[in-house]
Design a protein. Structure first.
Length: 147
């Protein structure tokens, strides 16, 4: 298993950060990593996600939502091919660290036979994508734009 983890603090309560994160329709306007999401964030539902860090070719996949805790967590499981070839559990976590401040954590657990062969590109490209999105989310929330 390989895990990537990034975090950023955002000057806003978790409810505002969550609202921006759940506004899937606006992702193409501001999100440089997850370029689009279609679907309903409900446990068991499938989403249509297109993502890619800057300078990479975007990829699309259909993960299954595994957890939703409003204002706290969204997680999904995506697969390439059959189970245990390349599985990625993507997790967004929000935690209040003050009355108007949120720690946003974005992480992913990768499992499967081909993960060791992709470790360097995951460290380079996926981590950069996470960091780009984290900064863009902070800017989006700070701008006060609402869904």
């Amino acid at each position: 298993m390989k895990e990537l983890r990034t975090e950023i603090e955002i000057d806003a309560p978790p409810e505002r950060v969550w609202a921006a994160l759940m506004d899937f329709d606006s992702f193409p306007e501001w999100n440089p990593f997850i370029r689009s999401i279609r679907g309903t964030p409900a446990v068991g539902s499938r989403l249509e996600v297109t993502l890619g860090a800057s300078g990479t070719k975007p990829m699309s996949f259909r993960p299954t939502v595994k957890g939703v805790v409003p204002n706290r967590e969204l997680r999904w499981l995506g697969r390439v091919g059959l189970p245990r070839i390349f599985d990625g559990e993507h997790i967004f976590e929000l935690a209040a660290v003050g009355p108007d401040r949120t720690r946003f954590v974005q992480r992913e657990r990768f499992r499967g036979l081909i993960v060791p062969f992709l470790a360097k590109s995951l460290d380079r490209d996926a981590r950069r994508g996470f960091e780009e999105m984290n900064e863009a989310l902070r800017t989006r929330v700070a701008s006060g734009l609402r869904p």
